[in-house]
Design a protein around this ligand. Structure first.
Ligand code: GLN
Length: 484
């Protein structure tokens, strides 16, 4: 057994017993990254010297009897989190030379606990994408089949966990960016309720939808990492001042008597048969564990993708206006004046998908079209949220597929944005509703590609979500899936 085989909980125990040091674990991960990163292209930046220094400090802290739950654990974060003194690109050329002057709150919390930061992970540019192919640094690859996408936009975060290049990672999820890659890479990913984790210092894509969350090998590891970053932050006015539950306390409580809803609109034609089979098997497992399975309806599901691509692009067009080559972003100046400089900086700095979205969003917000598009989308968003509220009057949780298909081939959808957008059909509605959800591995296809199921919880019911996921993980046959 190699050190990189230990999951978070196991490493935590070994560190506490003193049978392993954080420096040894960190070295093992750095070696593994060196040996495999050309293959997977998961890390944009590796923080070797910093990581070893953090590991040494962690070992001292552990021997002094002053360890926090994440002390000494080698983690990595999506390259959308500001990390003091370290390059933070958001997968974009326009931030290619940007070194953050400060830490995002989530990163600061990890550091306060003495976690080790191995580096920054590949992603679709500004988190716009479902395949990682929109990264300016080349796509991360799926460790189950390197000709396939790892999913996106937190593709690096999921592939890194699957490839054992970090114990666990942080990603962000605006329309599925944690859950869809977790599903495609056979790992566990959780999108918390909007406001549960601070977004301070996370480069903004669509501010009313973005949320930070963990990606890990097991449900318990996911719970541990969420515990480490969740909570109110005065620096983020949208974070919610509400106590953080103890996510591990009730993890083993089981699902007996829990009511799990199956939204009829999510089991549709076009769903890959192997995905459907795997999810149906999971439903049977839950039935066997004593949960009550109830059909429910989310009648406005059909409008979610259109609604999302208006709201998300509108917010993006506004958020990305700051990259003009003066205060933010790489400057391209050919001496022809200010306007020309703005234009060339943006033209050269942004990739095609980001430009497409800025144009879509600017259009949706422009006078004359605002009412027809943006305002209408906001009204539809309310209806979608009400759908979830109504469903949660009847059930404790919802269960659905995460994505309509397993990981697709690199290049397969990149020239067809609409097909790409549709791959998020089951994940997007939660972001519009603001509620929490997670992806849990529930099978492998004939081609040995992982399939995930999505569990959806009430707002701030992450503990229930994790408890249900844990019950399945322990009962199912898909614990700690790992590519050969
Ligand atoms: N794939 C979706 C998009 O491109 C979601 C991305 C995300 O959650 N960041 O917008």
């Amino acid at each position: 057994m190699e050190l990189t085989d230990l999951n978070l909980q196991q490493l935590q125990e070994q560190l506490a017993q003193g049978s392993v040091s954080s420096v040894d674990a960190t070295r093992a991960y750095l070696d593994r990254i060196t040996a495999t990163n050309d293959n997977y292209n998961t890390y944009i930046t590796v923080c070797e010297a910093e990581a070893l220094a953090m590991a040494e400090a962690a070992d001292k802290r552990i021997s002094a009897g002053d360890a926090a739950p994440l002390t000494g654990i080698p983690l990595a974060v999506k390259d959308i989190f500001n990390t003091e003194g370290v390059k933070t690109t958001a997968g974009s050329r326009i931030l290619g030379d940007f070194v953050s002057p400060y830490d995002a709150t989530a990163v600061a919390r990890l550091k306060q606990q003495g976690a080790v930061l191995l580096g920054k992970l590949n992603m679709d540019e500004f988190a716009m994408g479902s395949s990682n192919e929109n990264s300016a640094y080349g796509p991360a690859k799926n460790p189950w089949d390197t000709e396939r996408v790892p999913g996106g936009s937190s593709g690096g975060s999921a592939a890194c966990v699957a490839a054992r290049q970090a114990v666990a990672t942080l990603g962000t999820d605006t329309g599925g960016s944690i859950r869809q890659p977790a599903s495609h890479c056979g790992v566990v990913g959780l999108k918390p309720t909007y406001g549960r984790v601070s977004r301070y210092g996370v480069i903004a894509y669509a501010s009313s939808l973005d949320q930070v969350g963990p990606v890990a090998r097991t449900v318990s590891d996911c719970a541990l990492l969420l515990q480490g970053v969740a909570g109110y932050d005065t620096a983020d006015s949208t974070s919610v001042d509400r106590p953080v539950e103890d996510y591990l306390a009730d993890l083993q409580g089981g699902v007996k008597g829990m009511r799990i809803g199956l939204p009829q609109e999510y089991f549709i034609d076009g769903l890959d048969p192997e995905v459907q089979q795997a999810v149906e098997k999971a439903i049977e497992t839950y039935r066997g564990l004593g949960a009550e399975i109830v059909p429910v309806n989310l009648p406005h599901t059909d409008y979610a993708v259109a609604c999302y691509y208006l709201i998300a692009t509108a917010e993006a067009s506004s958020n990305l206006a700051r990259y003009e080559g003066v205060r933010f972003g790489r400057r391209v100046d050919n001496g022809k004046g200010l306007i020309e400089m703005f234009c060339s900086s943006r033209a050269e700095g942004f990739g095609p998908e980001v430009k497409r979205r800025i144009m879509l969003g600017t259009y949706a917000l422009s006078s004359g079209y605002y009412d027809a598009y943006y305002l209408k989308a906001q009204k539809v968003r309310t209806l979608i949220r009400q759908d979830f509220n109504n469903a949660f009057d009847q059930v404790d949780l919802l269960l659905t597929p995460v994505a309509p298909t397993p990981a697709f081939k690199l290049g397969e959808k990149v020239n067809d944005p609409l097909q790409m957008y549709l791959s998020d059909i089951f994940t997007i509605p939660l972001n519009l509703a603001g509620t929490c959800g997670m992806s849990v591995p529930c099978g492998l296809t004939g081609e040995k590609l992982p399939v995930g199921m999505q569990l959806i919880g009430k707002p701030f019911a992450e503990a229930t979500l994790l408890r249900a996921a844990y019950a399945y993980e322990q009962a199912g046959e898909w614990q700690q899936l790992r590519p050969e």
